[in-house]
Design a protein around this ligand. Structure first.
Ligand SMILES: [Zn+2]
Length: 179
């Protein structure tokens, strides 16, 4: 039963943006999926531009510090790190705040490789990571027409969170009382 002092809104929206530059001879990972390509995304961690934008959208939705504040690129600890770690931390913060993921919608902007043939796999992987059904993960891929950004990958993500009937902390308390 919801308590009378539950001030949490029923839903919360989050938005995330990220971009990375392609570099020769490094592996390419998008949405937790390794893709065959002669270039990968350089920079922070494994360069997974989609997981980074999702992570920031989740963190933003609960007004938590952003990915750069939680996992500073300047910290050698995160060099080459699996971006799934960042996503898990964001998800934990979402649940601790008493929310669950309703759905997400993402736009990827990159010249190559073609995302179409991999879209279903990426959606499935992201859905699994977020613990939602694949039909709750929207993914559109676009080429950077007229943007002169042939060597970059960009991701925009919006996420909708839904309030859990009982916040996770209260659930834990209840469980403790029962013992
Ligand atoms: Zn990034």
């Amino acid at each position: 039963m919801p308590t009378t002092n539950d001030q949490r809104p029923t839903t919360r929206i989050g938005y995330g943006f990220d971009s990375h530059e392609f570099r020769n001879g490094i592996p390419l990972k998008i949405g937790g999926v390794s893709l065959e390509h002669d270039k990968g995304l350089g920079g922070h961690s494994d360069g997974d531009v989609l997981l980074h934008a999702i992570t920031d959208a989740l963190l933003g939705a609960v007004a938590a510090p952003d990915i750069g504040a939680l996992f500073p690129p300047s910290d050698p600890k995160w060099k080459g790190a699996d971006s799934v770690l960042f996503l898990r931390e964001a998800l934990k913060r979402v649940r601790d705040a008493g929310y669950t993921v309703g759905n997400i919608d993402a736009s990827l902007i990159l010249a190559a490789p073609k995302i179409g043939p991999h879209a279903a796999t990426i959606r499935m992987c992201v859905a699994q990571l977020l613990d939602v059904h694949a039909n709750c993960v929207g993914l559109k891929a676009k080429t950077p027409e007229g943007l002169n950004l042939e060597n970059a990958a960009i991701a925009h993500v919006v996420v909708l969170l839904e309030k859990l009937a009982t916040p996770k902390r209260a659930q834990k308390k209840k469980a403790r009382k029962k013992k």
